[in-house]
Design a protein around this ligand. Structure first.
Ligand code: NAP
Length: 252
């Protein structure tokens, strides 16, 4: 299938994009004509992701960025500007899910980590990048279906994802009309991150059966939604969350 080229001339920064959903988003953006900046904590992963994307003819640069490191966030923005001059699209995709503890049993250091990586880092990255966002730019925040109804084993993680739904609305009001801010709430997608759920045959089947489409999501499903929200096809949509979860219950 011939890929649409809706993002020609645009510059996209995607955090946590050397594998999984972030990588698929970077790849899709690149195939739609964007110049993409991929990043994650490990240089080796960044180099490999750059290599893979380049081999598909995508214009790409890689920068190491642990999202909770201020210097890394600064580097990510500055290197993007040095190379491409501006930013049109930012996808805030990094998250941690360090514990299955109940909220009331959770150590303070774990609560801090969840808040820092899943919520605060998105805000701080956008603070660093805001002055470089062009007119017509698009910010996409990756939340989760668990943000609507945090499951017991992922309760506090789910709560941080709920916070992103509010953050999306607040930022859309704050930086519109120049920049649109939207969110994606993925359902369950077999990636390294979700391995503890999807590699268990019984659990995997239960999760599949709970969807109306009777399958787990793919990273490409998420990338297609992100490309829509990044492109002018969604030019009258802001402050919204697109649930991409095969019909799992979210809200009316
Ligand atoms: P994944 O396949 O495990 O990929 C994680 C990526 O993030 C890797 O490239 C990793 O590379 C990077 N990374 C991890 N911690 C980072 C940090 N602190 N700073 C920067 N990069 C970091 O994960 P995924 O499933 O695609 O998850 C991506 C997003 O989707 C997350 O926000 C997650 O909450 C959300 N989500 C996932 C699912 C699902 O079922 N998979 C469902 C709902 C929502 P390095 O190791 O090199 O850092």
């Amino acid at each position: 299938m011939e890929m649409k080229k809706r993002l020609e001339g645009k510059v996209a920064v995607v955090t946590a994009s050397t594998q999984g959903i972030g990588f698929a988003i970077a790849e899709r953006f690149g195939l739609e004509g964007a110049s993409v900046v991929v990043s994650s904590r490990k240089q080796k992963n960044v180099d490999e992701a750059v290599e893979k994307l380049r081999s598909k003819g995508i214009e790409v640069m890689g920068v190491v960025c642990h999202v909770s490191n201020a210097q890394h966030r600064k580097d990510l923005v500055e290197k993007t500007i040095q190379r491409y001059g501006h930013i049109d699209i930012i996808v805030s995709n990094a998250a941690a899910n360090p514990s299955v503890d109940n909220i009331l049993d959770m150590q303070e250091s774990v609560l801090d980590k969840l808040w820092e990586i899943n919520v605060k880092a998105s805000i701080l990255l956008l603070q660093a990048a805001a002055s470089h966002l062009r007119n017509g730019s698009s910010v996409i925040i990756i939340s989760s279906i668990t943000g609507y109804q945090p499951p017991a084993s992922m309760a506090m993680y789910g709560v941080t994802k709920t916070a992103l739904l509010g953050l999306t609305k607040a930022l859309a009001a704050e930086i519109g009309p120049q920049t649109r801010v939207n969110c994606i709430a993925p359902g369950f997608v077999p990636t390294h991150f979700a391995d503890f759920l999807t590699s268990n045959e019984v659990l995997r089947k239960t999760l599949q059966d709970q969807t109306l489409l009777k399958r787990l999501g793919t990273t490409q499903d998420m990338a297609a939604a992100a490309a829509f929200l990044a492109s002018d096809d969604s030019s009258y949509i802001t402050g919204e969350t697109l649930v991409v979860a095969g019909g799992l219950p979210s809200r009316l």
